[in-house]
Design a protein around this ligand. Structure first.
Ligand code: PLP
Length: 227
């Protein structure tokens, strides 16, 4: 399959998932995850009309970022070490992996220093898998209240990763759980405005995530096969 074919196939599957769940296609943003590929395929994906790109390590993103920074909107989706925050803030307007206070504080500090506001998702380990980063669900509410007080950072939603399942349907409780957590935060009026974002769904499970309310899916291998 060519890139054009893969994009068309993904688009058809997104539209079908939206239709099945009574959602409109505009509610779902695709972030093309370019972490597996070099500059050329990344430029191709931009030319195909994608603007939001996801990367999970600055070292891997650097060459691409330097070449095409202005043409894309950059999302940092991977686990972020506190000592790497300096590489990310100011380059990536979105960070999807905020899962501890020390990290949020460092993002805040660098954002204020650099005069930017970083849009963040709080990452929750809904599945409870030990190998996954993210906050335990019961820690989310107090954590969100602490993060709310920090300048230079705006919480726009929640993020999770589901375990890989041979049968994607089995990821549904994880995505539903994240949606319920978002609704709980809003019922508790933790933020001055309700948050809407749900960053959930990857190549293997994005259709289920969309059915459960994903506002953003992070798609790597289904679009950009590794080189
Ligand atoms: C790599 C990665 C993705 C994309 O994964 P695919 O399964 O290739 O679509 C999405 N989210 C995060 C956090 C990732 O690290």
């Amino acid at each position: 399959m060519t890139l054009t074919d893969r994009i068309a196939d993904v688009e058809r599957r997104i539209e079908a998932a939206c239709a099945r769940s009574g959602r409109s296609r505009e509610e779902v943003q695709v972030v093309a995850v370019t972490k597996y590929v070099s500059l050329d395929p990344t430029q191709e994906i931009l030319q195909a009309g994608f603007r939001h790109l996801g990367e999970n390590r600055w070292q891997d993103a650097r060459e691409k970022w330097e070449a095409i920074q202005e043409e894309a909107i950059w999302h940092f989706i991977g686990h972020l070490q506190t000592n790497k925050v300096k590489d990310v803030v100011g380059r990536f307007p979105y960070i999807h992996s905020v899962d501890r206070l020390s990290l949020a504080q460092e993002i805040s500090r660098k954002a204020v220093e650099r005069g930017v506001t970083v849009n963040v998702y709080l990452q929750v380990n809904v599945s409870g898998e030990e190998s996954k980063y993210g906050l335990a669900p019961e820690k989310l509410l107090p954590f969100a209240r602490d993060v709310r007080e920090l300048p230079g950072l705006a919480v726009i939603g929640l993020m999770t990763m589901a375990p890989y399942e041979a049968e994607p349907e089995e990821t549904r409780p994880v995505f539903r759980g994240l949606r319920e957590l978002r609704n709980e935060l809003n019922r508790a009026a933790v933020f001055s405005e309700p948050i809407t974002g749900l960053s959930m769904g990857m190549s293997n499970d994005f259709e289920v995530a969309i059915e459960e309310g994903a506002t953003l899916v992070r798609l790597g291998s289904v679009l950009l096969r590794s080189e």
